[in-house]
Structures are given as structure tokens and as C-alpha cells.
Design a protein around this ligand. Structure first.
Ligand code: PMV
Length: 326
């Protein structure tokens, strides 16, 4: 069997996936919408060989036991489909800090799913790949697609998958990601999802979310950046209000996160169209248009608490590349 390397982009949720109605199947409470990010990616090489024992190396190191179990569980799911029991060596690397709120599990499991399927010569539709990736990581089901992506929550495993709502070339939007910390966040999204329903605001969120998703889709259709940004920033604040008020309460932000939020508001007051959003973490995404990108980057880079910035445009689905990691 051949060695295969896949590069998959991560994404940023415009409307967040938060809470699961089925934990084992990873069926989310609500539909979510995201933008695939060209510029922030995971590269993964896999090779099946009887000379190996199962190995998982991420960022140059063998992963810890729990993470290894999660990866091997997913590989086993794929091995079952391929009717295979050959050991696998997996080497993976991100070009952005992992476990800091930048959805590294999304790009990671999207790359792994694609790479294993390709190595096993299994040809599936994008929908089928999305359903498989979802079972390893919710966000991974969106990262197997390109452009502006919607994940349909569904009522069963077969009806919970993502698809491209608009392709990457539909609208040139930029995301300047400000890194304010590189250490692993204290609470994973996986454990955070469990507490979602304990927030008194969660029910209200569920009541309004379909309408909110329709509004964001309309803003994308109309290429109305002011409307999109306003909705997305408000959604991020609503989402974090739920984290603050859950049991246990989660405060993910760092001082640097707040510094960026204020700078975004200052930029807007000065006529620059920029809007922030944050996942479960402290690093913060700033959405803008190409004409403002340089100014936004400069402003964020000049902040004391910002360590670096990464800029992404709207990206495509995972692709096979020839630069193997081993
Ligand atoms: O896929 P998970 O379990 O890492 O959950 C991700 C949840 C958010 O990033 C906060 C929202 C989202 O839709 O990406």
C-alpha cells in the first residue's frame, strides 16, 4: 500500500457548533456555518505496513495516551470499511498552534480521514467522508469541504454532514488570526460541549439559531460584509456568554484576546471593516475584506499582547500532496 500525504485547511465558525444531542455519534444541537481557511492547515502522512505497529506522531512527538486512543479509534473505523488490519504510521504537523482555539482537530481529522481513505483506495463521496470525519471531530466534518460551509445537524448519522454552501471563489473574505498564546488551552471543546445545556441562555440560543443562520446565509448571498461581520461578532459574544454561564463556567479569553477586541472596535470607528470571532480558546479571528487586510494586520501586529498574526483567505477542500512527512 502506498504512502499518502494530505493537506487539510482548518475553518472558522461563523455560527458555532455548541452542544451535542448525541454524544457518541457527535450529532450537534444545531446547524453551523463556517469559512474554510486557506493558510492554516494540517499536513498528515499515513502509511500502512506490517512492519509498523500503530504509531501517531504530531508536531514531531508521539501523542499522549488519550489523544492516541481517539486517533486510533478513528483509524479503526476506517480500517473496518477497508476490511484491513494492517498497522499504520501517522505523522502530522500543523502550521499554527494546536489546542489554542484554532480548530486543529477539525483540520487534523479531515486530513487523517482523507489520507487513510486514499491509502486504502476507498473512493467515497464528499458527503460520506464528512459523515465519517464527523464521528472523530465535529468540526472535521466541515473541514472536508471547501469555501463557505454549512453542517446540517441531522437526526441520525447519515443525515448529519457538511456541504459547500458557496465555493471559495464566490467571495474574497480574509481572516487575520491573532495569536495571543501558544500553550494548550485548559478545557477542550469536547468537555465544554457537555456543559452547554447548563447555561440558562442555551434554550434562548436554540430558539433563535435557525433565524440567525438564515440571516448569515443571506449576508453571504448578498456579499454584505457589514451584515455578515455584525452577525458573526454578536454570535461570538453570545457563544462566550454561554461558556461564562455554564457549569463549570468557562472563561477562555486572555488579556490579549480583549486587547484585540478593543482594537477591532477602534478600527471600525476609524472606518475599517473588521469584526472578531473566537472559538473555545484565547486566539482570536478578525474577519475583514482584502482592501483592509494590510491595515488590520499592521494594527494587530503592533499590539503588545499579540505574539504573531496569520492571514487566511477562503480555502478549499483537502488535497493530496507529494511532500511526505517521513
Ligand atoms: O469540534 P469541536 O469539538 O472542537 O468543537 C468546536 C466548537 C467550536 O469551535 C467552538 C465551534 C465550531 O463550530 O467550530
Amino acid at each position: 500500500m502506498s504512502k499518502v500525504t494530505v493537506r487539510a485547511n482548518t475553518d472558522i465558525a461563523l455560527i458555532k457548533y455548541w452542544g451535542k444531542k448525541d454524544k457518541a455519534l457527535r450529532l450537534p444541537e444545531n446547524n453551523s456555518l463556517s469559512i474554510i481557511l486557506d493558510g492554516l492547515h494540517t499536513t498528515t502522512t499515513v502509511e500502512f505496513s506490517s512492519q509498523y505497529h500503530d504509531q501517531v506522531i504530531i508536531q514531531g512527538r508521539p501523542v499522549k495516551k488519550r489523544e492516541r486512543q481517539r486517533v486510533i479509534k478513528h483509524v479503526n473505523r476506517l480500517r473496518t470499511i477497508a476490511d484491513l488490519d494492517t498497522p499504520v504510521k501517522i505523522v502530522s504537523s500543523n502550521n499554527f498552534p494546536r489546542s489554542t482555539g484554532l480548530s486543529s482537530s477539525g483540520s487534523g481529522f479531515a486530513a487523517l480521514t482523507y489520507a487513510v481513505l486514499a491509502a486504502c483506495n476507498i473512493d467515497l463521496t464528499e458527503k460520506e467522508i464528512s459523515i465519517l470525519a464527523r464521528q472523530a471531530s465535529g468540526t472535521a466534518c466541515r473541514c472536508v469541504c471547501g469555501g463557505f460551509v454549512e453542517w446540517l445537524s441531522g437526526e441520525s448519522s447519515d443525515t448529519s454532514y457538511a456541504y459547500t454552501y458557496q465555493p471559495s471563489q464566490y467571495w474574497d473574505v480574509r481572516d487575520v488570526v491573532a495569536i495571543v498564546g501558544e500553550e494548550t488551552k485548559s478545557t477542550s471543546s469536547t468537555s465544554g460541549h457537555i456543559g452547554a445545556r447548563t447555561s440558562p441562555f442555551f434554550t434562548m440560543r436554540q430558539q433563535n439559531i435557525t433565524q440567525k443562520i438564515d440571516q448569515v446565509k443571506q449576508a453571504i448571498d448578498d456579499k454584505d460584509f457589514t451584515k455578515l461581520g455584525t452577525l458573526v461578532e454578536a454570535e461570538a459574544l453570545e457563544f462566550h456568554s454561554i461558556l461564562f454561564t455554564s457549569q463549570p463556567s468557562l472563561i477562555m479569553w486572555y488579556p490579549g484576546t480583549l486587547q484585540v477586541m478593543h482594537e477591532v472596535r477602534n478600527m471600525r470607528a476609524a472606518g475599517i471593516e473588521a469584526y472578531f470571532t473566537i472559538n473555545t480558546g484565547f486566539n482570536i479571528h478578525v474577519l475583514t475584506l482584502p482592501k483592509y487586510q494590510e491595515k488590520v494586520q499592521q494594527s494587530l501586529d503592533s499590539l503588545k499582547l499579540v505574539q504573531s498574526t496569520h492571514t487566511a483567505s477562503v480555502g478549499n477542500k483537502p488535497k493530496i500532496i507529494q511532500d511526505h512527512l517521513f
